[in-house]
Design a protein around this ligand. Structure first.
Ligand code: SAM
Length: 449
């Protein structure tokens, strides 16, 4: 176990309490406030004033602990003398950080335990130090004889790979023999991908001037891969020359406008925070961006303003759309989903979702497509995309839509220049981190006639 994933520990030294305290704050915001780790980390790092090495250590510690949370809780439960649910949440997060270092981080046991005890004292109080010391010492002693259930079952493989058993079962169902590779790819730390809003070569040169290695992306011409960049600190992002966006999302907008006349009228019915709306506008569409939630709709308006694009933003429920039939050349339903295809960037998403969620989200996605269908003019396109992969949210939704609307819509062949896989019996295309190096995003285009 330690050997198999030892790469997470490479280069980790015995950084100080400040880094661990920041990582703990991130975990608290994720667990207590439901924050996304990326935003919580960026806020916490912004306040902390750590140097570059400590920032990297902190990010790795926080993301890795979130990624392996289920396995860490299972391992801690083996040495705890009371049920893990009885450990106070703030202290449990201290233990998780310590357990990750003991099991995976390559940190010497003395340092992992000692720094966890210091963190417990500073974050929870002196009363927590003895308990923290005892639990983590117990874990270090038990490390080589933990009763791993073996990877034959979904739960067992989930412990090895850092996923809930039900997600492993879903992956086996959808990807068959590829399931393990797919899930492992979701544990890789993603590099940063930027969408150049002007000339990609100029953006690469600008990043090089700032000391950053950057290269063209793999799939979309506007994609620039900038592994070491922090988008929140880049002038190119602040000044609208670049947008942080995964290439899978760029491919969705490219597919959306393929073959449409310049100036075609597009509705992005689930638009916030506006990544695809603004991309569609850059690609020449006239876009109306809609979202159910006013606060999120404001994010689209802010993104369009930063990029100096005219994108009218409307607060509207896609289940009761206020537009006349046939109003649009293109309707994009980039639907709310489980988000399991984004685990590289949001490692906690796997622990936030529950077994019934794919079917529940799939039903909502189908309802959104049903309501959007009349808005597409004859000859126009309805594009369905989700940043996830369980069958109930992807293939089953596309198939159910075609079963009900096959008289008016046909699934289109997508020209993704080699990216994506058409899985058996699925009218759409599944991009996947293991094969494409992108988020595991699904898309299916329907042409109206
Ligand atoms: C996956 S996100 C969209 C991401 C966005 N297209 C982008 O590329 O930046 C899904 C969005 O759907 C919105 N949403 C959820 N239910 C909706 C509904 N019934 N009608 C319209 N929007 C909805 C959510 O508020 C959320 O912003």
């Amino acid at each position: 176990m330690r050997t198999a994933i030892a790469h997470w520990g490479n280069g980790l030294g015995i950084e100080g309490l400040a880094s661990r305290r920041v990582a703990w704050e991130v975990l608290r915001r994720v667990h207590a406030d439901g924050a996304w780790s990326t935003l919580a980390l960026s806020t916490a790092l912004g306040r902390a004033g750590l140097d570059a090495r400590d920032r990297a250590f902190t990010a790795n510690l926080a993301y890795s602990t979130l990624r392996w949370e289920g396995t860490l809780d299972w391992a801690l439960a083996q040495v705890l003398s009371r049920p893990i649910c009885e450990v106070e949440p703030a202290l449990l997060d201290v233990l998780r950080l310590g357990a990750w270092q003991v099991l995976y981080g390559g940190t010497p046991d003395r340092a992992a335990v000692g720094t966890a005890v210091d963190l417990a004292r500073s974050a929870v109080g002196p009363r927590a130090t003895g308990f923290t010391n005892a639990v983590l010492r117990g874990l270090a002693r038990a490390r080589e004889r933990l009763p791993w259930p073996g990877p034959g079952t979904n739960e067992g493989l989930g412990l090895v790979l850092g996923y809930p058993g039900w997600v492993v079962a879903e992956a086996r169902e959808r990807f068959g023999d590829r399931a393990r590779a797919m899930l492992e790819a979701g544990n890789e730390a993603p590099g940063v991908t930027l969408r150049a809003t002007g000339c990609p070569e100029a953006l690469i040169a600008e990043l090089a001037t700032a000391g950053l290695d950057a290269a063209p992306g793999l799939h979309a011409p506007e994609a620039v891969y900038a592994p070491g960049a922090d988008p929140s600190t880049l002038a190119a992002v602040a000044e609208g020359r670049a947008v942080a966006q995964d290439e899978a999302s760029m491919l969705v907008s490219r597919v959306a406008v393929a073959g449409l006349a310049p100036g075609a009228l597009a509705l992005d019915a689930c638009a916030a925070p506006g990544g695809k709306s603004t991309h569609l506008a850059h690609l020449g569409a006239r876009v109306i961006a809609a979202d159910l939630r006013p606060g999120r709709a404001r994010l689209v308006a802010a993104a369009a303003a930063r990029l100096r694009l005219r994108v009218p933003v409307v607060v509207a429920d896609g289940l009761a759309p206020p537009w006349r039939p046939g109003a649009f050349d293109l309707v994009l339903i980039d639907a709310p989903c489980t988000g399991l295809g984004t685990v590289r960037r949001r490692p906690e998403v796997r622990w936030r979702r529950h077994p019934g969620d794919p079917a529940r989200m799939g039903a909502l996605q189908l309802a959104l497509l049903e309501r959007a269908a009349p808005l597409v003019r004859p000859g126009g396109r309805l594009l369905y995309s989700v940043c996830t992969w369980p069958r109930a949210e992807t293939a089953e939704v596309a198939r159910a839509f075609l079963a009900a609307h096959g008289d008016r819509f046909k699934a289109e062949d997508l020209n993704l220049t080699g990216a994506g896989t058409c899985l058996p019996g699925d009218p759409g295309t599944q991009l996947a981190t293991d094969r494409d190096g992108t988020d595991t995003m699904y898309l299916c285009a329907f042409r109206a006639h």
